[in-house]
Design a binder for this molecule. Sequence first.
Ligand code: GUN
Length: 283
Amino acid sequence: MPATILQGKEVAKSIRAELAEEVAGLKQQGITPGLTVILVGEDPASHSYVRGKSKGCEEVGIHSEVILKDAATTQEELLEIIQQLNQNPNVNGILVQLPLPSHISEEAVLDAIDPSKDVDGFHPINVGNMVIGKETLLPCTPHGVIELIKRTGTEIAGKHAVVIGRSNIVGKPVSLLLQRENATVTMCHSRTKDLPSFTKMADILVVAAGKAHMIGKEHVKPGAVVIDVGVNRNEAGKLVGDVKFDEVQETASYLTPVPGGVGPMTITMLLKNTVEAAKQQAK
Ligand code: GUN
């Protein structure tokens, strides 16, 4: 039987509906969650992502502002803006869109954000809290991956999960969150030898390698849940994942499409983090 397609768009829609209700309740208590996004430079993809974030905020009732700065902005100017936002009680979440121009240190900028307003979950304090299993703001894409797996009804505890890719923003945090859900986790990466011997053991396979169509049916155990985090452009300029969708659809029990799988979950988890940050700051 072919895989059930895991429509992230649909899951995202239902989580956003839940969030809209929660925000309406918070507003009755005088709390309006607020997100400020800082965008430096003219990268069209970044502008498009930021528009998506603003639209998402509007949909659930979060107040959002975008601070646009030109590519010549200095690191000092950016740090000054972040300090002001850290002190502004109306701003519950701060997100600096990446990548930044090369003269600005991403590390210095991300470290400057108040961890309680770090809705990306990229601040070392939040990363550390995640590692030790403390309640904290979780990074959006990894959190979205876990939510998608849960919404299939799959019990994660005791399953063998294989994660391909070890980036700081996807592979590493996804493996930690799966461990936290009591999966047995194997990490694979570009230097792994005999990849299929590992992936064939996976009940849950998360692919975040950033290499178009690298996973075919020879990699997948029949009945596995396959989550494709890859976003690549093929020769025709079309968005494709890391998984050969048509092939793997024949073997997997659940499979995410690209686009429309993990992508819509990322912004939704940002909205969830902003609401969470507002609630925590109101305490
Ligand atoms: N650029 C691409 N994805 C992201 C993200 O998740 N957060 C931020 N801040 N910038 C990005």
